[in-house]
Design a binder for this molecule. Structure first.
Ligand SMILES: *[C@@H]1O[C@H](CO)[C@@H](O)[C@H](O)[C@H]1NC(C)=O
Length: 158
């Protein structure tokens, strides 16, 4: 019997120098100012899944950060990832904005030594904040993403 299985993998942020026996995530933000690029690279030991598994990333952004779905659509036409986005009001300041959940579909895994690896880059933007007499800077904390794996015909546990 064919089994379609969605698995939720909870990732910790780690730079994988040595090969580990659990999934790993490497993230970095490129560029400066209000307009950045979020780079995410995923490493999963080949012993845990097979090459045909597909993955999706669920990102929960705090109110201070957003992805512009129109920009991501243009980006997609130039080879960027497929995605699902809620409606995003890009004009609103952080204080009037909700958390946003985006689904990003990275490319298929490539086997590199003992791991399956994939990466994805998305443009992200920092929202304007309302003026404050108390703070010169603000900190925006991005949660680790959730990674879901869809593997066919095989029952897997991570
Ligand atoms: C990201 O993935 C692409 C396609 O597999 C690959 O060509 C590229 O080298 C990867 N980039 C990094 C920084 O790992």
């Amino acid at each position: 019997m064919e089994v379609d299985l969605f698995m939720l993998v909870v990732l910790g942020t780690a730079i994988t120098a040595a090969v580990s026996s659990s999934p790993n995530l490497y993230r970095t933000v490129r560029k400066n100012g209000f307009h950045r690029e979020l780079f995410t690279k995923i490493f999963i030991p080949t012993s845990l899944i097979d090459a045909k598994c597909e993955c999706l990333i669920e990102e929960q952004f705090p109110p201070g950060l957003y992805i512009d779905p129109y920009e991501l659509k243009n980006y997609r036409e130039k080879g960027g990832p497929q995605f699902d986005s809620p409606a995003v009001d890009i004009e609103k300041p952080k204080e009037l904005s909700p958390n946003l959940v985006f689904i990003i579909y990275p490319q298929q895994f490539t086997a590199i030594g003992p791991e399956y690896v994939t990466n994805v880059t998305v443009p992200v933007h920092i929202r304007y904040h309302q003026p404050s007499s108390r703070y010169d800077t603000v900190q925006i904390q991005l949660k680790n993403p959730r990674l879901y794996l869809l593997c066919q015909g095989k029952q897997l546990f991570i």
